[in-house]
Design a protein around this ligand. Structure first.
Ligand code: C2E
Ligand code: MG
Ligand code: MG
Ligand code: MG
Length: 291
């Protein structure tokens, strides 16, 4: 027994483990104070369709005074585990609604749809619906231009609550995308029940779509599935003209990716909306007015 205790204690005081714990604590502290200090920023990655920027995905960026630029992969999961995602996620919603309200005053940006990521803990907290509605109301943003990106894993726990929340938000005009589609635990049963508007083809399938017949088949299948379920579809992670052409061939016309632009600051995003050429796209459809 004493031996076991000894082993456990030595494990507990493992210097590596201890420094890892300290690092987590200091990151958590830095996230909270960084939020207060305005170190977080929303970047915008254009989403394009038929030669036009139709909207953006808002992606969090953290500019830490000493750590420098910290990518979401290094802080989102810790934020989720520690609960920091709750104030952080609310900040993202506020920031997105504020931006939508600014765009509404400018004819060139007034139709842009802004999509933001919602984490499981954030979505499942009790006042989430009210939080979204409050952000929209406080800035006077149009709910029809706000899209929320959910991930497959989070939809499994308490389906009835999830569906109820989604339907309440949808009744105000908010839409829903299923992010990273195909990488999670989704079953067709969930897909049928959830009031989604859009599937996002995960970039892991897009990457090798030209060289891996399985990825090509998966991409095709997701597009067909979306079509048959009456959902929109968008591809993530498009980096080459050839990928965008393949997607057009399989009738997936909306995409985002480095081929158009990485996520950028709002002014740069607006510059892209105004002057950016959308590469690899079909000739824009003739509008009724031009016929
Ligand atoms: P996601 O929502 O799937 O976002 C897409 C990620 O793919 C972004 O990474 C984006 O920069 C990257 N990406 C876009 N186009 C390309 C491309 O052509 N090639 C490659 N290699 N990558 C591309 P990012 O910004 O680092 O974000 C990573 C993840 O962090 C996001 O994945 C999302 O799950 C999470 N995240 C980011 N912002 C937020 C947020 O505000 N709230 C929450 N809960 N999660 C967020
Ligand atoms: Mg996303
Ligand atoms: Mg994604
Ligand atoms: Mg992803």
């Amino acid at each position: 027994q004493a031996k076991n205790l000894g082993r456990n204690l030595s494990c507990f005081f493992d210097p590596l483990l201890q420094s890892a714990l300290q690092e987590r604590r200091s990151m958590e502290h830095d996230m909270r104070s960084g939020l207060e200090a305005g170190e977080f920023e929303l970047y915008y990655q254009p989403q394009v369709e038929m030669g036009k920027v139709i909207g953006a995905e808002g992606l969090l960026r953290w500019k830490h005074p000493e750590r420098g630029f910290v990518p979401p992969a290094q802080f989102i999961s810790l934020a989720e585990e520690t609960g920091v995602i709750l104030p952080l996620g609310e900040w993202v919603l506020q920031s997105a609604c504020q931006q939508l309200a600014k765009w509404a005053r400018h004819p060139r940006y007034a139709q842009l749809v802004l999509s933001v990521n919602v984490s499981p803990k954030q979505f499942h907290q009790s006042g989430f619906v009210e939080q979204v509605l409050k952000a929209l109301a406080e800035h006077g943003a149009n709910a029809k231009l706000l899209k929320l990106e959910l991930t497959e894993g989070m939809l499994l726990s308490d389906m009835d609550d999830t569906i109820a929340k989604m339907n309440r938000l949808k009744s105000y005009g908010i839409s829903f995308a299923l992010d990273d589609f195909g990488t999670g635990y989704s079953s067709l049963y969930y897909l049928k029940r959830l009031p989604l508007d859009q599937l996002k083809i995960d970039r892991s399938f897009v990457r090798d779509v030209l060289t891996d017949p399985n990825d090509a088949a998966i991409a095709r299948t997701i597009v067909a599935l979306a079509k048959n379920l009456g959902l929109h579809v968008i591809a993530e992670g498009v980096e080459t003209q050839a990928q965008s052409r393949f997607l057009e061939d399989i009738r997936c016309y909306a995409w985002q990716g480095f081929l158009m632009s990485p996520p950028v600051e709002v002014l740069e995003f607006q510059r892209l909306v105004t002057y950016g050429n959308v590469p690899g796209a079909l000739t824009p459809a003739l509008s009724p007015a031009s016929l």
